[in-house]
Write a protein that binds this ligand. Structure first.
Ligand SMILES: Nc1ncnc2c1ncn2[C@@H]1O[C@H](COP(=O)(O)OP(=O)(O)OP(=O)(O)O)[C@@H](O)[C@H]1O
Ligand SMILES: [Mg+2]
Length: 254
């Protein structure tokens, strides 16, 4: 596919002394403006803890009740989003922050009642992303979606990997890269797998070798892959990784 490179920046790698923001700005300066999607799970947990609200996860998804929701909206669509925008801007490329509720980009339904305000995407409306991208501005998208409502849309928390997978698919992305805090997907022995088929990925989830935050990540990879996007999970802590993607980390086999 001929669309942009979509880069998902894991919250877990934010703040480590890598070159991600410089590399993102460098790509844009060379004319290939990427689209950035980010997480921020660790930062959200930190703020929730400060407010004495416990973090709970099911199958890698944060249970989001009425107390958790305003905190994750503030952290994902606010603090983390603006930190990333500021870092890319300072690296010399224009970036504008959005979340999936802006421009009604990411339409969702409630994923499962027991998860609370967690959204499952049903449609992507990428107009706001495309407008920025065409203007040479890097869209930086935080993982909040909306469920259509009458007086107001309902904001919902969406796993950032799921957001990245859906947006990459909707844009017909040429490539989707997940920057995370491990070298790639590990097998049951802890060895990083260089090339992963869909079949083996599903087996690794079923047998529990892939767990926690890696579950939605692998599922997002399989979803985008099925729509023809090249997908890869790489170590975002490694300097210059965005400039040396070929064969790095775990590449999903079409
Ligand atoms: N089989 C596996 N291979 C590699 N990592 C795994 C595996 N199973 C579970 N993990 C865990 O998944 C984590 C990465 O997912 P996590 O959701 O924590 O980070 P992220 O998605 O990069 O950041 P964020 O959720 O903030 O966007 C790893 O740090 C590791 O602990
Ligand atoms: Mg995650």
């Amino acid at each position: 596919m001929s669309g942009p490179l979509v880069i998902k920046i894991g919250g877990s790698t934010l703040g480590s002394a890598d070159t991600t923001f410089r590399d993102v700005a460098g790509l844009a300066a060379e004319g290939s403006v990427p689209v950035v999607v980010h997480g921020g799970g660790a930062e959200a947990s930190k703020w929730l803890e400060a407010m004495q609200i416990p973090s709970r996860f099911e199958r890698g998804l944060r249970v989001t009740d009425a107390r958790v929701l305003p905190v994750v909206v503030a952290v994902f669509a606010g603090l983390v989003n603006k930190r990333i925008v500021s870092a890319i801007n300072a690296a010399g490329a224009p970036a504008v922050g959005l979340c999936g509720a802006d421009g009604r980009i990411l339409e969702c339904r409630i994923a499962a009642p027991e998860l609370g305000f967690v959204g499952e995407p049903v449609a992507v409306h990428p107009r706001a992303i495309s407008a920025l991208h065409q203007a040479g501005i890097i869209p930086v998208i935080g993982p909040i979606g909306f469920v259509p409502g009458e007086d107001s849309d309902q904001l919902v928390n969406v796993n950032a990997d799921t957001v990245a997978g859906n947006i990459a698919s909707a844009l017909g992305a040429s490539r989707l890269v997940f920057l995370t805090d491990v070298e790639g997907v590990r097998d049951g022995e802890g060895t990083t797998i260089p090339r992963l088929s869909g079949e083996r990925a599903r087996a690794l989830i079923a047998e529990g070798a892939v767990s926690g935050g890696m579950i939605p990540k692998v599922e997002a990879c399989l979803h985008a892959l099925s729509l023809g996007v090249r997908v890869q999970i790489v170590d975002g802590r490694q300097p210059g990784i965005l400039r040396a993607l070929d064969g790095a980390g775990t590449v999903f086999e079409p």
